[in-house]
Design a protein around this ligand. Structure first.
Ligand SMILES: Cc1cc2nc3c(=O)[nH]c(=O)nc-3n(C[C@H](O)[C@H](O)[C@H](O)COP(=O)(O)OP(=O)(O)OC[C@H]3O[C@@H](n4cnc5c(N)ncnc54)[C@H](O)[C@@H]3O)c2cc1C
Ligand SMILES: *[C@@H]1O[C@H](CO)[C@@H](O)[C@H](O)[C@H]1NC(C)=O
Ligand SMILES: *[C@@H]1O[C@H](CO)[C@@H](O)[C@H](O)[C@H]1NC(C)=O
Ligand SMILES: *[C@@H]1O[C@H](CO)[C@@H](O)[C@H](O)[C@H]1NC(C)=O
Ligand SMILES: *[C@@H]1O[C@H](CO)[C@@H](O)[C@H](O)[C@H]1NC(C)=O
Length: 501
Protein backbone atom coordinates (compact mmCIF):
# COMPACT_ATOMS: atom_id res chain seq x y z
CA UNK A 1 0.00 0.00 0.00
CA UNK A 2 2.62 2.46 1.10
CA UNK A 3 4.79 1.39 -1.77
CA UNK A 4 2.13 1.83 -4.48
CA UNK A 5 1.29 5.31 -3.23
CA UNK A 6 4.91 6.29 -3.04
CA UNK A 7 5.89 4.95 -6.43
CA UNK A 8 4.02 7.44 -8.65
CA UNK A 9 5.50 10.28 -6.61
CA UNK A 10 9.01 8.96 -7.23
CA UNK A 11 8.25 8.61 -10.90
CA UNK A 12 7.00 12.19 -11.17
CA UNK A 13 9.96 13.39 -9.21
CA UNK A 14 12.46 11.64 -11.45
CA UNK A 15 10.69 12.91 -14.56
CA UNK A 16 10.89 16.41 -13.17
CA UNK A 17 14.57 16.00 -12.43
CA UNK A 18 15.37 14.70 -15.88
CA UNK A 19 13.35 17.45 -17.58
CA UNK A 20 14.87 19.96 -15.20
CA UNK A 21 18.29 18.91 -16.48
CA UNK A 22 17.62 18.78 -20.16
CA UNK A 23 15.31 21.75 -20.64
CA UNK A 24 17.96 24.50 -20.31
CA UNK A 25 20.26 22.78 -22.82
CA UNK A 26 17.37 22.34 -25.25
CA UNK A 27 16.42 25.98 -24.83
CA UNK A 28 20.02 27.07 -25.37
CA UNK A 29 20.20 24.92 -28.51
CA UNK A 30 16.97 26.38 -29.85
CA UNK A 31 18.13 29.91 -29.14
CA UNK A 32 21.47 29.30 -30.88
CA UNK A 33 19.60 27.72 -33.76
CA UNK A 34 17.58 30.92 -34.21
CA UNK A 35 20.69 33.03 -34.10
CA UNK A 36 22.83 30.88 -36.44
CA UNK A 37 20.19 29.25 -38.63
CA UNK A 38 21.06 25.98 -40.34
CA UNK A 39 24.19 25.41 -38.25
CA UNK A 40 22.71 23.58 -35.27
CA UNK A 41 22.23 19.80 -35.46
CA UNK A 42 20.12 17.57 -33.23
CA UNK A 43 20.10 13.77 -32.68
CA UNK A 44 18.84 12.14 -35.86
CA UNK A 45 20.30 14.83 -38.14
CA UNK A 46 22.98 13.58 -40.52
CA UNK A 47 25.33 16.37 -39.41
CA UNK A 48 24.92 15.28 -35.80
CA UNK A 49 25.68 11.64 -36.56
CA UNK A 50 28.72 12.34 -38.70
CA UNK A 51 30.23 14.73 -36.16
CA UNK A 52 29.72 12.39 -33.19
CA UNK A 53 31.47 9.65 -35.19
CA UNK A 54 34.42 11.91 -35.86
CA UNK A 55 36.51 11.23 -32.78
CA UNK A 56 39.81 9.40 -32.90
CA UNK A 57 39.04 7.36 -29.76
CA UNK A 58 35.84 5.39 -30.37
CA UNK A 59 34.90 5.79 -26.68
CA UNK A 60 34.09 9.45 -27.36
CA UNK A 61 31.61 8.52 -30.09
CA UNK A 62 29.25 7.34 -27.33
CA UNK A 63 28.86 10.78 -25.80
CA UNK A 64 25.63 12.50 -26.81
CA UNK A 65 25.44 16.28 -26.77
CA UNK A 66 21.94 17.81 -26.80
CA UNK A 67 22.93 19.60 -29.99
CA UNK A 68 25.98 20.32 -32.10
CA UNK A 69 26.66 23.87 -33.24
CA UNK A 70 28.86 24.11 -36.33
CA UNK A 71 29.58 27.80 -36.77
CA UNK A 72 31.07 29.00 -40.04
CA UNK A 73 32.67 32.19 -38.72
CA UNK A 74 34.01 33.89 -35.61
CA UNK A 75 30.86 35.97 -35.38
CA UNK A 76 28.72 32.82 -35.28
CA UNK A 77 30.94 31.46 -32.49
CA UNK A 78 30.47 34.77 -30.72
CA UNK A 79 26.68 34.52 -31.09
CA UNK A 80 26.69 31.01 -29.60
CA UNK A 81 28.89 32.10 -26.67
CA UNK A 82 26.65 35.07 -25.92
CA UNK A 83 23.60 32.80 -25.81
CA UNK A 84 25.38 30.23 -23.64
CA UNK A 85 26.10 33.07 -21.21
CA UNK A 86 22.34 33.36 -20.72
CA UNK A 87 22.10 29.68 -19.74
CA UNK A 88 24.55 29.32 -16.85
CA UNK A 89 23.50 25.72 -16.11
CA UNK A 90 24.38 24.44 -19.57
CA UNK A 91 27.83 22.92 -20.04
CA UNK A 92 29.56 22.84 -23.40
CA UNK A 93 32.63 21.54 -25.19
CA UNK A 94 34.76 22.96 -27.98
CA UNK A 95 36.10 20.62 -30.64
CA UNK A 96 38.54 20.96 -33.50
CA UNK A 97 40.01 17.65 -34.67
CA UNK A 98 38.64 15.49 -31.84
CA UNK A 99 41.96 13.69 -31.29
CA UNK A 100 42.24 14.35 -27.57
CA UNK A 101 41.11 10.98 -26.13
CA UNK A 102 39.93 12.36 -22.79
CA UNK A 103 36.13 12.08 -22.46
CA UNK A 104 34.59 15.53 -21.94
CA UNK A 105 37.42 17.59 -23.43
CA UNK A 106 36.24 17.97 -27.01
CA UNK A 107 33.13 15.85 -26.45
CA UNK A 108 30.17 16.21 -24.09
CA UNK A 109 27.24 14.28 -22.70
CA UNK A 110 23.98 16.31 -22.44
CA UNK A 111 25.48 19.75 -23.08
CA UNK A 112 26.23 21.77 -26.20
CA UNK A 113 29.06 20.82 -28.55
CA UNK A 114 30.66 23.61 -30.55
CA UNK A 115 32.40 21.84 -33.44
CA UNK A 116 34.71 24.01 -35.53
CA UNK A 117 35.08 21.86 -38.61
CA UNK A 118 33.46 24.45 -40.91
CA UNK A 119 35.86 27.19 -39.82
CA UNK A 120 38.75 25.89 -41.87
CA UNK A 121 41.41 26.85 -44.35
CA UNK A 122 44.97 28.11 -44.56
CA UNK A 123 46.13 31.34 -46.20
CA UNK A 124 49.71 32.49 -46.71
CA UNK A 125 51.22 35.97 -46.78
CA UNK A 126 54.54 35.51 -48.60
CA UNK A 127 55.76 39.02 -47.80
CA UNK A 128 55.29 38.68 -44.05
CA UNK A 129 56.04 34.94 -44.13
CA UNK A 130 52.97 34.30 -42.02
CA UNK A 131 50.24 31.70 -42.35
CA UNK A 132 46.65 32.24 -41.23
CA UNK A 133 45.31 28.92 -40.03
CA UNK A 134 41.73 28.19 -39.02
CA UNK A 135 40.94 25.44 -36.50
CA UNK A 136 38.88 22.99 -38.64
CA UNK A 137 40.44 20.01 -40.41
CA UNK A 138 43.78 18.32 -39.79
CA UNK A 139 47.49 19.03 -40.22
CA UNK A 140 47.54 17.25 -43.60
CA UNK A 141 45.26 20.02 -44.94
CA UNK A 142 47.49 22.84 -43.67
CA UNK A 143 50.82 21.36 -44.71
CA UNK A 144 49.63 20.41 -48.19
CA UNK A 145 48.58 24.01 -48.89
CA UNK A 146 51.95 25.44 -47.80
CA UNK A 147 54.27 22.71 -49.13
CA UNK A 148 54.10 23.75 -52.81
CA UNK A 149 55.16 27.27 -51.74
CA UNK A 150 58.31 25.89 -50.10
CA UNK A 151 57.26 26.83 -46.58
CA UNK A 152 55.82 25.03 -43.61
CA UNK A 153 54.70 25.35 -40.01
CA UNK A 154 55.75 23.69 -36.80
CA UNK A 155 52.90 21.15 -36.85
CA UNK A 156 51.90 17.57 -36.01
CA UNK A 157 54.21 14.65 -36.73
CA UNK A 158 51.29 12.53 -37.90
CA UNK A 159 49.30 14.43 -40.50
CA UNK A 160 45.90 13.27 -39.24
CA UNK A 161 46.18 15.21 -35.96
CA UNK A 162 43.72 18.04 -35.38
CA UNK A 163 44.92 21.62 -35.57
CA UNK A 164 43.63 23.79 -32.74
CA UNK A 165 43.88 21.37 -29.80
CA UNK A 166 47.43 20.56 -30.87
CA UNK A 167 48.38 24.27 -31.07
CA UNK A 168 46.66 25.34 -27.85
CA UNK A 169 48.07 22.47 -25.77
CA UNK A 170 51.68 22.99 -26.87
CA UNK A 171 52.50 20.88 -29.91
CA UNK A 172 55.64 18.80 -30.41
CA UNK A 173 56.88 18.68 -33.96
CA UNK A 174 59.75 17.18 -35.91
CA UNK A 175 60.82 20.81 -36.32
CA UNK A 176 60.82 21.64 -32.58
CA UNK A 177 64.60 21.51 -32.07
CA UNK A 178 64.90 24.13 -34.81
CA UNK A 179 61.91 26.36 -33.98
CA UNK A 180 60.47 25.41 -30.55
CA UNK A 181 57.07 23.98 -29.70
CA UNK A 182 54.29 24.58 -32.21
CA UNK A 183 52.71 27.18 -29.91
CA UNK A 184 55.96 29.20 -29.85
CA UNK A 185 55.59 30.16 -33.50
CA UNK A 186 52.07 31.54 -33.06
CA UNK A 187 52.01 35.33 -33.09
CA UNK A 188 48.27 36.03 -33.21
CA UNK A 189 45.08 34.42 -31.93
CA UNK A 190 41.67 35.56 -33.16
CA UNK A 191 39.70 34.57 -30.10
CA UNK A 192 36.11 34.59 -28.92
CA UNK A 193 36.39 35.39 -25.21
CA UNK A 194 34.15 34.38 -22.30
CA UNK A 195 31.72 37.26 -22.83
CA UNK A 196 31.46 36.58 -26.57
CA UNK A 197 33.62 39.43 -27.82
CA UNK A 198 36.03 38.74 -30.68
CA UNK A 199 39.55 39.90 -29.86
CA UNK A 200 42.89 39.67 -31.65
CA UNK A 201 45.41 38.61 -29.06
CA UNK A 202 49.08 39.29 -29.74
CA UNK A 203 52.25 39.94 -27.73
CA UNK A 204 52.24 43.68 -28.49
CA UNK A 205 48.77 44.36 -27.09
CA UNK A 206 48.54 41.67 -24.36
CA UNK A 207 52.00 40.25 -23.59
CA UNK A 208 51.00 38.07 -20.61
CA UNK A 209 47.97 36.66 -22.36
CA UNK A 210 50.05 35.87 -25.46
CA UNK A 211 52.38 33.72 -23.32
CA UNK A 212 49.39 32.08 -21.62
CA UNK A 213 47.85 31.22 -25.00
CA UNK A 214 50.92 29.07 -25.69
CA UNK A 215 50.08 25.91 -23.82
CA UNK A 216 47.07 26.66 -21.58
CA UNK A 217 44.56 24.76 -23.71
CA UNK A 218 41.01 26.05 -24.04
CA UNK A 219 40.63 28.26 -20.95
CA UNK A 220 41.14 31.70 -22.47
CA UNK A 221 38.72 31.53 -25.36
CA UNK A 222 37.69 29.80 -28.54
CA UNK A 223 40.33 30.45 -31.16
CA UNK A 224 38.94 30.96 -34.65
CA UNK A 225 42.22 31.79 -36.40
CA UNK A 226 45.93 31.46 -35.62
CA UNK A 227 48.60 33.66 -37.20
CA UNK A 228 51.76 31.56 -37.38
CA UNK A 229 55.35 32.09 -38.49
CA UNK A 230 56.39 29.92 -41.44
CA UNK A 231 59.77 28.38 -42.20
CA UNK A 232 61.37 27.18 -45.41
CA UNK A 233 61.08 23.49 -46.24
CA UNK A 234 62.21 21.36 -49.14
CA UNK A 235 62.56 17.63 -49.55
CA UNK A 236 62.88 15.81 -46.23
CA UNK A 237 64.00 12.34 -45.25
CA UNK A 238 62.12 10.09 -42.88
CA UNK A 239 59.23 7.79 -42.09
CA UNK A 240 59.04 4.75 -39.88
CA UNK A 241 61.02 1.60 -39.22
CA UNK A 242 59.87 -1.39 -37.21
CA UNK A 243 62.25 -3.45 -35.10
CA UNK A 244 61.88 -6.80 -33.34
CA UNK A 245 61.77 -6.61 -29.55
CA UNK A 246 65.29 -8.04 -29.26
CA UNK A 247 66.71 -4.84 -30.76
CA UNK A 248 65.68 -2.95 -27.63
CA UNK A 249 69.18 -2.71 -26.13
CA UNK A 250 70.69 -1.27 -29.30
CA UNK A 251 67.85 1.21 -29.72
CA UNK A 252 67.97 2.47 -26.15
CA UNK A 253 71.75 2.84 -26.33
CA UNK A 254 71.34 4.88 -29.52
CA UNK A 255 68.61 6.95 -27.85
CA UNK A 256 70.87 7.78 -24.93
CA UNK A 257 73.58 9.02 -27.31
CA UNK A 258 71.10 10.96 -29.43
CA UNK A 259 69.28 13.03 -26.77
CA UNK A 260 72.12 15.43 -25.82
CA UNK A 261 72.93 15.92 -29.50
CA UNK A 262 69.98 18.26 -30.16
CA UNK A 263 71.96 21.46 -30.44
CA UNK A 264 74.43 19.96 -32.92
CA UNK A 265 71.85 18.41 -35.17
CA UNK A 266 68.51 20.19 -34.65
CA UNK A 267 67.29 19.02 -38.07
CA UNK A 268 67.08 15.42 -36.81
CA UNK A 269 64.15 14.08 -34.78
CA UNK A 270 62.87 10.71 -33.62
CA UNK A 271 60.00 9.11 -31.74
CA UNK A 272 60.66 5.70 -30.22
CA UNK A 273 57.51 3.73 -29.58
CA UNK A 274 57.83 0.54 -27.54
CA UNK A 275 54.68 -1.39 -28.40
CA UNK A 276 53.13 -4.34 -26.53
CA UNK A 277 50.30 -6.50 -27.90
CA UNK A 278 48.48 -9.73 -27.19
CA UNK A 279 50.66 -12.66 -26.13
CA UNK A 280 53.05 -10.03 -24.73
CA UNK A 281 54.55 -9.66 -28.20
CA UNK A 282 56.69 -6.64 -28.45
CA UNK A 283 57.99 -4.48 -31.28
CA UNK A 284 59.69 -1.13 -31.46
CA UNK A 285 58.39 1.41 -33.92
CA UNK A 286 60.68 4.35 -34.63
CA UNK A 287 59.66 7.48 -36.53
CA UNK A 288 62.65 9.21 -38.09
CA UNK A 289 62.86 12.70 -39.48
CA UNK A 290 65.61 14.73 -41.04
CA UNK A 291 65.01 18.20 -42.44
CA UNK A 292 66.95 17.65 -45.63
CA UNK A 293 66.98 15.18 -48.53
CA UNK A 294 69.50 12.80 -46.95
CA UNK A 295 70.18 11.89 -43.33
CA UNK A 296 73.73 12.47 -42.02
CA UNK A 297 76.06 9.48 -42.43
CA UNK A 298 77.87 9.96 -39.13
CA UNK A 299 76.88 10.90 -35.58
CA UNK A 300 74.21 9.63 -33.18
CA UNK A 301 71.33 9.94 -35.69
CA UNK A 302 73.23 7.86 -38.24
CA UNK A 303 73.93 5.24 -35.55
CA UNK A 304 70.20 4.48 -35.31
CA UNK A 305 70.09 3.73 -38.99
CA UNK A 306 72.66 0.95 -38.60
CA UNK A 307 70.32 -1.08 -36.38
CA UNK A 308 68.65 -3.74 -38.50
CA UNK A 309 64.87 -3.31 -38.81
CA UNK A 310 62.21 -5.79 -39.91
CA UNK A 311 60.37 -3.14 -41.95
CA UNK A 312 61.72 0.06 -43.51
CA UNK A 313 59.46 2.88 -44.64
CA UNK A 314 61.99 5.71 -44.60
CA UNK A 315 62.40 7.70 -47.81
CA UNK A 316 63.24 11.10 -49.23
CA UNK A 317 60.00 12.92 -50.06
CA UNK A 318 58.01 16.08 -49.53
CA UNK A 319 57.12 17.04 -45.97
CA UNK A 320 53.42 16.76 -46.85
CA UNK A 321 53.90 13.20 -48.15
CA UNK A 322 55.83 12.23 -45.05
CA UNK A 323 53.12 13.47 -42.67
CA UNK A 324 50.38 11.80 -44.70
CA UNK A 325 52.24 8.47 -44.63
CA UNK A 326 53.02 8.75 -40.90
CA UNK A 327 49.36 9.34 -40.09
CA UNK A 328 47.78 6.68 -42.29
CA UNK A 329 48.05 3.76 -39.81
CA UNK A 330 46.69 5.86 -36.92
CA UNK A 331 43.78 7.03 -39.07
CA UNK A 332 42.32 3.51 -39.27
CA UNK A 333 42.47 2.81 -35.54
CA UNK A 334 39.00 1.91 -34.22
CA UNK A 335 39.67 1.40 -30.53
CA UNK A 336 39.10 3.13 -27.24
CA UNK A 337 42.20 5.08 -26.32
CA UNK A 338 44.01 6.65 -23.41
CA UNK A 339 47.02 8.95 -23.20
CA UNK A 340 49.09 9.62 -20.12
CA UNK A 341 52.36 11.48 -19.81
CA UNK A 342 55.44 11.92 -17.69
CA UNK A 343 58.52 14.09 -18.10
CA UNK A 344 61.96 12.84 -17.15
CA UNK A 345 65.25 14.68 -17.29
CA UNK A 346 68.09 13.33 -19.41
CA UNK A 347 70.42 11.63 -16.97
CA UNK A 348 73.84 11.26 -18.61
CA UNK A 349 75.06 8.85 -15.91
CA UNK A 350 72.02 6.65 -16.17
CA UNK A 351 71.67 4.96 -19.57
CA UNK A 352 69.66 2.11 -18.05
CA UNK A 353 66.45 4.01 -17.29
CA UNK A 354 64.77 3.44 -20.68
CA UNK A 355 65.02 -0.34 -20.35
CA UNK A 356 63.90 -0.14 -16.73
CA UNK A 357 60.83 1.89 -17.70
CA UNK A 358 60.04 -0.44 -20.57
CA UNK A 359 60.45 -3.44 -18.31
CA UNK A 360 58.12 -1.97 -15.72
CA UNK A 361 55.51 -1.17 -18.36
CA UNK A 362 55.69 -4.74 -19.69
CA UNK A 363 55.25 -6.03 -16.15
CA UNK A 364 52.29 -3.78 -15.41
CA UNK A 365 50.49 -4.69 -18.63
CA UNK A 366 51.48 -8.36 -18.58
CA UNK A 367 48.20 -9.64 -17.11
CA UNK A 368 46.13 -7.88 -19.77
CA UNK A 369 48.22 -9.16 -22.65
CA UNK A 370 48.36 -12.80 -21.57
CA UNK A 371 44.60 -12.89 -22.19
CA UNK A 372 44.26 -13.91 -25.83
CA UNK A 373 40.82 -12.32 -26.00
CA UNK A 374 42.48 -8.91 -25.95
CA UNK A 375 43.39 -9.43 -29.56
CA UNK A 376 43.17 -5.80 -30.68
CA UNK A 377 44.54 -4.20 -27.53
CA UNK A 378 47.86 -2.45 -27.68
CA UNK A 379 49.83 -0.47 -25.15
CA UNK A 380 52.89 1.55 -25.90
CA UNK A 381 55.31 3.96 -24.38
CA UNK A 382 56.84 6.64 -26.54
CA UNK A 383 60.23 8.11 -25.72
CA UNK A 384 60.20 11.63 -27.17
CA UNK A 385 63.50 13.51 -26.84
CA UNK A 386 62.99 17.13 -25.79
CA UNK A 387 66.46 18.60 -26.17
CA UNK A 388 67.43 21.78 -24.36
CA UNK A 389 67.43 23.70 -27.64
CA UNK A 390 63.63 23.55 -27.65
CA UNK A 391 63.54 25.73 -24.52
CA UNK A 392 66.02 28.14 -26.08
CA UNK A 393 63.72 28.51 -29.08
CA UNK A 394 60.69 28.95 -26.81
CA UNK A 395 62.39 31.70 -24.84
CA UNK A 396 63.61 33.43 -28.01
CA UNK A 397 60.02 33.51 -29.24
CA UNK A 398 58.77 35.16 -26.04
CA UNK A 399 58.09 32.18 -23.79
CA UNK A 400 55.21 29.78 -23.31
CA UNK A 401 52.86 28.66 -20.52
CA UNK A 402 54.76 25.40 -20.07
CA UNK A 403 57.65 27.56 -18.91
CA UNK A 404 60.34 26.16 -21.18
CA UNK A 405 63.35 28.45 -21.38
CA UNK A 406 67.00 28.73 -22.33
CA UNK A 407 68.22 27.22 -19.06
CA UNK A 408 66.49 23.96 -19.76
CA UNK A 409 68.35 20.73 -19.59
CA UNK A 410 67.63 17.94 -22.04
CA UNK A 411 64.48 16.00 -21.25
CA UNK A 412 62.46 13.04 -22.47
CA UNK A 413 58.68 13.32 -22.71
CA UNK A 414 57.03 9.96 -22.18
CA UNK A 415 53.73 9.24 -23.83
CA UNK A 416 51.94 6.22 -22.39
CA UNK A 417 49.16 5.04 -24.65
CA UNK A 418 46.68 2.18 -24.59
CA UNK A 419 44.16 1.05 -27.18
CA UNK A 420 41.43 -1.47 -26.38
CA UNK A 421 38.08 -2.69 -27.64
CA UNK A 422 35.71 -3.15 -24.75
CA UNK A 423 34.06 -0.60 -22.52
CA UNK A 424 34.28 -3.08 -19.63
CA UNK A 425 38.06 -2.66 -19.72
CA UNK A 426 38.01 1.15 -19.40
CA UNK A 427 38.81 1.26 -15.68
CA UNK A 428 41.51 -1.38 -15.93
CA UNK A 429 43.23 0.26 -18.86
CA UNK A 430 43.29 3.70 -17.28
CA UNK A 431 44.69 2.10 -14.13
CA UNK A 432 47.59 0.48 -16.01
CA UNK A 433 48.90 3.83 -17.23
CA UNK A 434 48.36 5.37 -13.81
CA UNK A 435 50.36 2.57 -12.20
CA UNK A 436 53.26 3.38 -14.47
CA UNK A 437 53.27 7.14 -13.73
CA UNK A 438 52.89 6.41 -9.98
CA UNK A 439 55.93 4.17 -10.23
CA UNK A 440 57.83 6.81 -12.26
CA UNK A 441 57.04 9.43 -9.64
CA UNK A 442 58.43 7.24 -6.89
CA UNK A 443 61.45 6.18 -8.96
CA UNK A 444 62.53 9.59 -10.29
CA UNK A 445 64.17 10.93 -7.09
CA UNK A 446 66.41 7.86 -7.04
CA UNK A 447 67.54 8.50 -10.62
CA UNK A 448 68.22 12.19 -10.14
CA UNK A 449 71.35 13.08 -8.17
CA UNK A 450 69.97 14.45 -4.92
CA UNK A 451 69.78 18.22 -4.75
CA UNK A 452 69.74 18.29 -8.53
CA UNK A 453 66.01 17.97 -9.18
CA UNK A 454 65.08 19.53 -12.46
CA UNK A 455 61.99 21.28 -13.70
CA UNK A 456 59.82 18.62 -15.34
CA UNK A 457 56.56 20.15 -16.60
CA UNK A 458 53.94 17.77 -17.97
CA UNK A 459 53.01 17.97 -21.64
CA UNK A 460 49.30 18.73 -22.03
CA UNK A 461 48.76 17.14 -25.44
CA UNK A 462 49.78 13.73 -24.12
CA UNK A 463 48.06 13.86 -20.72
CA UNK A 464 45.10 12.23 -18.99
CA UNK A 465 42.43 14.44 -17.49
CA UNK A 466 43.36 13.57 -13.89
CA UNK A 467 46.97 14.71 -14.32
CA UNK A 468 47.61 18.16 -12.89
CA UNK A 469 49.28 19.48 -16.02
CA UNK A 470 48.91 23.20 -15.35
CA UNK A 471 49.96 22.66 -11.72
CA UNK A 472 53.30 21.39 -13.07
CA UNK A 473 53.94 24.73 -14.84
CA UNK A 474 56.39 27.03 -13.08
CA UNK A 475 54.12 30.08 -13.45
CA UNK A 476 50.94 28.26 -12.44
CA UNK A 477 49.84 30.93 -9.93
CA UNK A 478 50.33 33.79 -12.38
CA UNK A 479 48.35 32.10 -15.16
CA UNK A 480 45.63 31.04 -12.76
CA UNK A 481 45.15 34.68 -11.75
CA UNK A 482 45.19 35.77 -15.38
CA UNK A 483 42.58 33.17 -16.30
CA UNK A 484 40.33 34.38 -13.48
CA UNK A 485 40.56 37.96 -14.63
CA UNK A 486 39.86 37.04 -18.28
CA UNK A 487 37.00 34.74 -17.31
CA UNK A 488 35.54 36.03 -14.02
CA UNK A 489 32.33 33.96 -14.27
CA UNK A 490 34.20 30.73 -14.99
CA UNK A 491 32.56 30.34 -18.40
CA UNK A 492 35.46 28.25 -19.71
CA UNK A 493 36.95 27.24 -16.36
CA UNK A 494 33.79 25.70 -14.90
CA UNK A 495 31.48 24.95 -17.80
CA UNK A 496 33.81 23.41 -20.39
CA UNK A 497 35.97 20.30 -19.96
CA UNK A 498 39.71 20.25 -20.55
CA UNK A 499 42.81 21.07 -18.53
CA UNK A 500 42.32 24.00 -16.12
CA UNK A 501 44.36 26.23 -13.84
C1 LIG B 1 47.38 9.95 -33.92
C2 LIG B 1 47.81 11.08 -33.05
C3 LIG B 1 49.06 11.69 -33.25
C4 LIG B 1 49.46 12.74 -32.44
N1 LIG B 1 50.67 13.35 -32.68
C5 LIG B 1 51.06 14.42 -31.94
C6 LIG B 1 52.28 15.11 -32.19
O1 LIG B 1 53.03 14.81 -33.10
N2 LIG B 1 52.61 16.14 -31.38
C7 LIG B 1 51.80 16.55 -30.37
O2 LIG B 1 52.14 17.52 -29.70
N3 LIG B 1 50.63 15.94 -30.13
C8 LIG B 1 50.24 14.89 -30.87
N4 LIG B 1 49.06 14.26 -30.60
C9 LIG B 1 48.21 14.76 -29.51
C10 LIG B 1 47.33 15.87 -30.06
O3 LIG B 1 48.10 17.04 -30.23
C11 LIG B 1 46.18 16.19 -29.10
O4 LIG B 1 45.33 15.08 -29.01
C12 LIG B 1 45.41 17.43 -29.59
O5 LIG B 1 44.51 17.83 -28.58
C13 LIG B 1 44.68 17.18 -30.87
O6 LIG B 1 44.13 18.37 -31.38
P1 LIG B 1 42.59 18.41 -31.83
O7 LIG B 1 42.36 19.69 -32.53
O8 LIG B 1 42.24 17.15 -32.53
O9 LIG B 1 41.95 18.47 -30.38
P2 LIG B 1 40.44 18.29 -29.88
O10 LIG B 1 40.26 16.90 -29.38
O11 LIG B 1 39.47 18.81 -30.84
O12 LIG B 1 40.53 19.29 -28.63
C14 LIG B 1 41.49 19.15 -27.61
C15 LIG B 1 41.30 20.26 -26.58
O13 LIG B 1 41.50 21.53 -27.18
C16 LIG B 1 40.33 22.32 -27.06
N5 LIG B 1 40.13 23.05 -28.33
C17 LIG B 1 40.10 22.51 -29.57
N6 LIG B 1 39.94 23.49 -30.47
C18 LIG B 1 39.86 24.65 -29.80
C19 LIG B 1 39.71 26.01 -30.20
N7 LIG B 1 39.65 26.36 -31.48
N8 LIG B 1 39.66 26.96 -29.24
C20 LIG B 1 39.75 26.63 -27.93
N9 LIG B 1 39.91 25.35 -27.51
C21 LIG B 1 39.96 24.37 -28.43
C22 LIG B 1 39.21 21.36 -26.78
O14 LIG B 1 38.16 21.99 -26.09
C23 LIG B 1 39.91 20.29 -25.97
O15 LIG B 1 40.02 20.66 -24.62
C24 LIG B 1 48.62 13.20 -31.41
C25 LIG B 1 47.38 12.60 -31.21
C26 LIG B 1 46.97 11.55 -32.00
C27 LIG B 1 45.64 10.92 -31.75
C1 LIG C 1 34.44 41.34 -22.86
O1 LIG C 1 35.73 40.84 -22.57
C2 LIG C 1 36.79 41.56 -23.15
C3 LIG C 1 38.09 40.88 -22.78
O2 LIG C 1 38.00 39.51 -22.91
C4 LIG C 1 36.78 43.00 -22.68
O3 LIG C 1 37.79 43.72 -23.35
C5 LIG C 1 35.42 43.63 -22.97
O4 LIG C 1 35.38 44.90 -22.37
C6 LIG C 1 34.31 42.78 -22.40
N1 LIG C 1 33.03 43.33 -22.84
C7 LIG C 1 32.03 43.54 -22.01
C8 LIG C 1 30.79 44.10 -22.65
O5 LIG C 1 32.11 43.32 -20.82
C1 LIG D 1 59.65 -7.10 -14.11
O1 LIG D 1 59.35 -8.42 -13.76
C2 LIG D 1 60.51 -9.29 -13.70
C3 LIG D 1 60.03 -10.70 -13.45
O2 LIG D 1 59.10 -10.74 -12.44
C4 LIG D 1 61.45 -8.77 -12.61
O3 LIG D 1 62.63 -9.56 -12.58
C5 LIG D 1 61.82 -7.31 -12.92
O4 LIG D 1 62.61 -6.78 -11.86
C6 LIG D 1 60.59 -6.46 -13.09
N1 LIG D 1 61.02 -5.15 -13.54
C7 LIG D 1 60.64 -4.01 -12.95
C8 LIG D 1 61.19 -2.74 -13.51
O5 LIG D 1 59.85 -3.97 -12.04
C1 LIG E 1 68.72 31.00 -15.98
O1 LIG E 1 69.58 30.69 -14.92
C2 LIG E 1 70.24 31.83 -14.37
C3 LIG E 1 71.23 31.35 -13.34
O2 LIG E 1 70.67 30.39 -12.49
C4 LIG E 1 69.19 32.77 -13.79
O3 LIG E 1 69.81 33.92 -13.26
C5 LIG E 1 68.20 33.17 -14.89
O4 LIG E 1 67.15 33.93 -14.35
C6 LIG E 1 67.61 31.93 -15.53
N1 LIG E 1 66.81 32.32 -16.67
C7 LIG E 1 65.53 31.99 -16.79
C8 LIG E 1 64.83 32.46 -18.00
O5 LIG E 1 64.96 31.31 -15.96
C1 LIG F 1 47.59 21.41 -9.11
O1 LIG F 1 48.86 21.89 -8.75
C2 LIG F 1 48.85 23.18 -8.18
C3 LIG F 1 50.28 23.64 -8.00
O2 LIG F 1 51.03 22.70 -7.31
C4 LIG F 1 48.07 23.15 -6.87
O3 LIG F 1 48.05 24.43 -6.29
C5 LIG F 1 46.65 22.70 -7.19
O4 LIG F 1 45.90 22.58 -6.01
C6 LIG F 1 46.67 21.35 -7.91
N1 LIG F 1 45.32 21.05 -8.34
C7 LIG F 1 44.75 19.89 -8.11
C8 LIG F 1 43.37 19.72 -8.65
O5 LIG F 1 45.32 19.00 -7.51
Amino acid sequence: MAVSMFFPCLLTLSLLISFGRSIPANDACNAISESVPGQVYFPGDLGYTSETLKYWSVALRELRPVCIVMPTSASQVSAAVKILNQYPDVNFAVKSGGHDPNPGHSSIQDGVLIALREIRGTAYDAEKRLAFVKPGGEWNDVISVLDPMGVTLVGGRLGIVGIAGYLLQGGISFLSAQYGLACDSIVGWETVTANGSIVNVDAASQPDLAVAMRGSGNQFGIVTQFTIKTYPIGKVWGGSRVYAGDKQDEIFAALHRFIPYGHQEPKAAIIISDVIAVGKTSIILVFYFYDGPEPPSTGPFADFLKIIPTTTLTYTRSYADLLTANGAPAAIVTERASFRTFTIPYLPENPGIYAEISDKWHNITSHHFTNLLHLTSECSIDFQPMPSVVGQQSQRAGGNAMGLNGNDSDRILLEIQCLWASKEDDTTMYALSRDLTDWLESRLPGWEASGNEQYNPLFMNDATDDQNVTGSYRDYAKFKALQKSADPEGFFRVRAGGFKY
